[in-house]
Design a protein around this ligand. Structure first.
Ligand code: ZN
Length: 164
């Protein structure tokens, strides 16, 4: 008998993530299922919390508010940059992601949120920040994590070989 989902278990799910506008942001159907270590924040906190106690074969819809998902949208993480500061002949499109240097010259991932006249609005917010996440989940497997997995804080594939 497989255990119910609890901290310290490796969980395998298929899931579909739909945003409130009806768009499907992610769908594991037809591909590899998601394997994660419950209790180690491998997945957004609200999904982890609501999956606790679920069992193999369970199918459920899980609604995760932004603050338990990718966070609220932080306007302070948004910046307006003149287009002419980008390399010439660069086609700038909404949603485009790139690396820039943030405070202390640390590399920072940002993406283009909007284009306004000659300004490019870039943001360091997660692309799904501020969004409610509607998950449709099917639990495929639950097993106890190995000591190694617990130490690493994530699930290992069959054979336990992987790179960091
Ligand atoms: Zn590892």
């Amino acid at each position: 008998m497989k255990p119910a989902i609890a901290d310290g278990h490796v969980v395998t799910i298929h899931y579909r993530l739909t945003l409130d506008d009806g768009s499907v942001a992610d769908d594991s159907a037809g591909g590899e299922p998601l394997v994660f270590l419950q209790g180690s924040r491998n997945i957004v906190p609200g999904l982890e919390r609501q999956l606790a106690g679920k069992k193999v074969g369970d199918k459920c819809d899980v609604v995760v508010p932004a603050n338990e998902g990718y966070g609220e949208y932080d306007p302070a993480a948004e910046q307006s940059v003149p287009k002419n500061q980008f390399p010439p002949n660069t086609e700038i499109t909404v949603g485009m992601a790139f690396q820039t240097k943030g405070r202390n010259n640390q590399p920072m991932s940002v993406w283009v949120r909007a284009l306004k006249d000659d300004q490019v609005i870039i943001t360091a917010n997660h692309p799904m920040a501020g969004q409610r996440l509607n998950f449709s989940v099917e639990v495929l497997d639950v097993r106890r994590a190995t000591a190694d997995e617990k130490k690493h804080g994530h699930a290992h594939g069959p054979g336990g070989h992987h790179h960091h």
